[in-house]
Design a protein around this ligand. Structure first.
Ligand SMILES: Nc1ncnc2c1ncn2[C@@H]1O[C@H](COP(=O)(O)OP(=O)(O)OP(=O)(O)O)[C@@H](O)[C@H]1O
Ligand SMILES: [Mg+2]
Length: 233
């Protein structure tokens, strides 16, 4: 499938394995993700979707194999360089991971404060991204007082506010009503249109049913090789 070989990948995985003790969470994954691609990772619960995403931003290290992100080999990224690597990513976690003692606004602004942005710019960007997420009325709420859909929208705002190159979204529409899911997908579409790469782990059939984007099927830690969407190197 020469025509499917990717000329300009932002993430490259070569024979990646991930083991937790005896459990093989990922087995021999070789995969390219292109600059500005939108890709779905699907498969049953326990297939390894979240693990695949975690390895990309070095939330965890591989057991075997290599991962290149934007040209950098993750095995050679030192712990001091990890914050710089992480800034390339906006991560939307399956369980949101919002800080409960900080307001919605503060959860989002923290990203820019850590990156050393100027206060005036921080206010402008955070207000804008929360407005786009439909959260302008609840910016001063603490996460425990927000619904699941609202928390998810704050998590998306936090993921995109730093203008990362890559969005990793783990079940971004999991257990949301279709209105909240629609708002979240529109935010991601807008961000993709401005040049970001989007990786979405999901088993939401509705999301992938009618998509024109590439879908990677994981099963038991392996990519389904019969899948015509798999890019062979
Ligand atoms: N920290 C860990 N320690 C031990 N086993 C783990 C750990 N994280 C994941 N696993 C195991 O690795 C496998 C893949 O887990 P993973 O969370 O990646 O699946 P998933 O496809 O995201 O599932 P779901 O759809 O339920 O979110 C599972 O069998 C899981 O139990
Ligand atoms: Mg998962």
């Amino acid at each position: 499938m020469e025509e499917m070989t990717m000329k300009n990948p932002i993430v490259r995985m070569f024979h990646v394995h991930k083991r937790y003790g005896a459990k093989k969470a990922l087995v021999d994954i070789t995969l390219d993700i292109g600059f500005n691609e939108w890709i779905f990772v699907t498969g049953p619960s326990g297939a390894g979707k979240s693990t695949l995403l975690r390895l990309m931003y070095r939330g965890e290290s591989v057991s075997e194999g290599q991962i290149l992100v934007d040209g950098a080999n993750l095995l050679r990224v030192t712990s001091r360089q990890v914050p710089m690597l992480r800034r390339k990513f906006g991560v939307i976690f399956q369980d949101f991971k919002l800080i409960p003692t900080k307001t919605a606004y503060e959860n989002v602004s923290l990203v820019l404060e850590v990156a050393g942005e100027k206060p005036a710019m921080i206010r402008k960007k955070v207000n804008s991204v929360l407005r786009n997420a439909g959260m302008e009325d609840k910016m001063n709420n603490y996460p425990p007082s927000l619904s699941g859909g609202e928390q998810q929208r704050v998590a998306v705002a936090r993921a995109i506010v730093g203008d990362p190159k890559i969005i990793l979204a783990d079940e971004p529409t999991g257990s949301l009503d279709s209105k909240s899911a629609g708002i979240i997908m529109d935010l991601l579409k807008g961000f993709h249109a401005r040049g970001a790469t989007i990786v979405i782990a999901t088993h939401d059939k509705e999301l992938i049913e009618s998509t024109t984007h590439r879908i990677i099927h994981l099963d038991n830690g392996r990519v389904d090789e019969t899948d015509p969407n798999v890019v062979n190197l």
